[in-house]
Design a protein around this ligand. Sequence first.
Ligand code: NAP
Length: 252
Amino acid sequence: MRVLVLGGTTEASALAKLLADDKRFSTTLSLAGRTSNPRPQPLATRIGGFGGVEGLVPWLRDEKVDAVIDATHPYAAQMSANAAAACNQTGIPLGSIVRPPWRRQEEDSWRIVPTAEAAAAALGKTPLRVFLSLGRQDLHAFASAPQHRYLARTIEAPEQAALPPNIRILQARGPFDRDSEAKLLSDEEIDVIVSKNSGGSATYAKIEAARELDLPVIMIARPDKPAGHVLHSPEEAVAWLHDRAPGSLRGV
Ligand code: NAP
């Protein structure tokens, strides 16, 4: 069975590992190419966009793909929309690993905004020290609020053009732990955090640290993105694929 996994997440890497060891599947992992030094993967990997739905449909046909697993990040809405449209056109089954969002706890002070631009506006006029825990593509939105001092943590260095003037980049890749997050926020005298609701454990420590330090979080809401058959874990994705593999009870 030929499988395409749309990746760029912890779940996609875990699924790649499970499928690499399973002889029933011939799997390709697809990455957008956002990181210049992606973690090595145990199976065939292709890097870069497909060229929209128009590119993905012939790719799926040429590669004789039998099933697609969308394991992209909750904020990667375009890729998920393309996958849904292409699978719909070709009749290829689509499974989507959906990572549950973080839930606000009683002690949390969250303000939910729809976009990075709205987050920049929500910071207000008074100069603050802001921790931006966002992808590098989202940093430009804060150029519209140059009165603040920013510390931005990104995996890759952002392009300098159109960044806010008072910004310092901290290049690091999770997972992060709560104590070091609390130390970072205290040492840097951070007043407010801007975050996405990524879910998962790898980057949750900053939310716990914010709770501990009584810091407000401006949370950029998740975009709506289409999903195929909803799957909750890499293991569930393997079971779903097994059910569709030739020779399985569902496959015959
Ligand atoms: P996006 O806005 O949904 O995608 C933009 C375009 O990038 C897509 O139309 C597609 O290009 C290409 N693309 C995205 N994911 C791809 C994949 N797995 N394989 C091949 N092409 C892909 O996505 P994004 O927000 O830029 O995220 C890009 C990648 O980073 C995803 O793999 C995502 O899982 C990962 N990521 C994103 C975030 C986030 O906050 N957005 C955080 C962590 C990781 P074509 O139309 O040309 O096919």
